[in-house]
Design a protein. Structure first.
Length: 385
């Protein structure tokens, strides 16, 4: 299947070059075809008479697609793996081109530059050239900038920036995650990042040799930082910076909240205030809480599981007032909660939930068992009285 994916990517590049009337270089073909096959594919894609033939083929293909895929699915049931012979993948590539990948790829490019959806409830990727792409975490596709250059690959819920062939200069992307969603990033240095709901992060699509690795975060993220003793990894969160050499940590820096929290799971980090050169070292199993107003850092022991369980879809509340639970529930379930019951807001709860298992209605019904109240839900808006 890896060969098939490479052929798909190759076909898209060729179709894109034709659509933009650019010269197809030898490197674009990836060494898969001899000159005779190259000429044949190019002529078939550019010949106007062949357009009608491709349209007929496409219609026929669509009519039989479900049956063909059902047969392929049945054949692929055995557990052992298989690889398509090279000559079959070449024929498949030609066939794909003849079915009109040029047409399909035009639609693909349109998707890459669509405007931000009005409801704001989709993950969006903003590239350095202003291109905005809505991320559907069920898809697998290449990430392209406005010039059609590959800057990364989307593998469903993960954006992978490793291996992208780009110039040696800092070029940034920004990812924005709405309430109710999360996403993972694999940065060019091998660093893994998982972003929580309501989070945005600006980061280089490729880290440049000789420069420190730096990202800019607002919200919450879990980092597994690739070790590189020559290039420190810095997480900038407003006036607070976390410097990392290689570690696993969770950071939370939401707008509107009075504190920035850093929990170290493994390794070591140093925290810096933008107004002071003094560093504060954090060791595993500890939490650094930085007050945004008085610019002071408090180090305490951390409940690591409670602070990182969101990466697995979990929510853990320990001795927390309901009023403080509301914002976490809003982010996790993409709802807006208004509670006019002040006694309930001050009530203390301890509970565990899983976003993928319990609905927001089930969460509220569970809380009602401890403290009775009434609520209504309309268009993701919850009113509690």
């Amino acid at each position: 299947m890896a060969d098939f994916k490479r052929i798909m990517r190759l076909s898209k590049r060729i179709a894109d070059a034709i659509l933009k009337e650019k010269k197809i270089e030898d490197d674009d073909w990836g060494g898969h075809f001899d000159q005779k096959n190259r000429d044949y594919i190019y002529n078939r894609l550019t010949d106007s008479e062949a357009l009608g033939q491709r349209e007929d083929l496409r219609n026929e293909f669509e009519n039989s697609k479900e049956r063909v895929w059902a047969e392929l699915d049945e054949r692929s049931r055995p557990t052992h793996s298989f690889h398509l012979p090279i000559f079959i993948t070449k024929i498949a590539a030609i066939f794909i081109c003849l079915l009109g990948l040029g047409f399909l790829y035009t639609s693909h490019l349109k998707d890459q530059t669509k405007e931000l959806p009005e409801d704001g409830n989709v993950i969006t990727l903003i590239m350095d050239d202003g291109t905005v792409k809505a991320i559907n975490t069920e898809k697998e596709e290449e990430l392209l900038n406005a010039k059609g250059q590959i800057v990364g690959e989307q593998e469903k819920g993960t954006l992978n920036y490793m291996g992208a062939a780009l110039s040696e200069e800092l070029v940034y992307n920004e990812i924005k995650v709405p309430y109710g969603k999360t996403i993972k990033l694999l940065l060019s240095d091998g660093t893994h990042v998982q972003l929580n709901a309501g989070t945005s992060m600006r980061y280089p699509i490729k880290f440049v040799k000789g420069n420190e690795r730096q990202v800019f975060l607002e919200g919450e993220a879990f980092f597994v930082v690739a070790k590189d003793s020559l290039h420190a990894f810095r997480i900038q969160m407003g006036d607070l910076e976390v410097k990392v050499l290689g570690t696993r940590l969770n950071v939370a820096s939401y707008a509107g909240e009075p504190e920035i929290k850093t929990v170290l799971v493994e390794g070591s980090v140093a925290l810096y205030d933008a107004e002071s050169p003094k560093e504060t070292l954090l060791t595993p199993g500890h939490l650094a809480t930085w007050d945004k107003e008085d610019k002071k850092i408090l180090i305490t022991e951390a409940d690591v599981e409670r602070c990182t369980v969101w990466t697995k879809g979990g929510l853990i509340f320990r001795g927390m007032a309901f009023g403080d639970m509301i914002k976490k529930l809003e982010r996790a379930y993409n709802v807006s909660i208004t509670c006019t019951n002040q006694e309930l807001n001050n009530e203390i709860f301890s509970a565990n939930f899983h976003v993928g298992v319990e609905s927001i209605e089930q969460v509220l019904d569970y809380i009602k068992l401890q403290y009775p109240f009434d609520y209504t839900i309309e268009n993701q808006r919850i009113n509690i009285n």
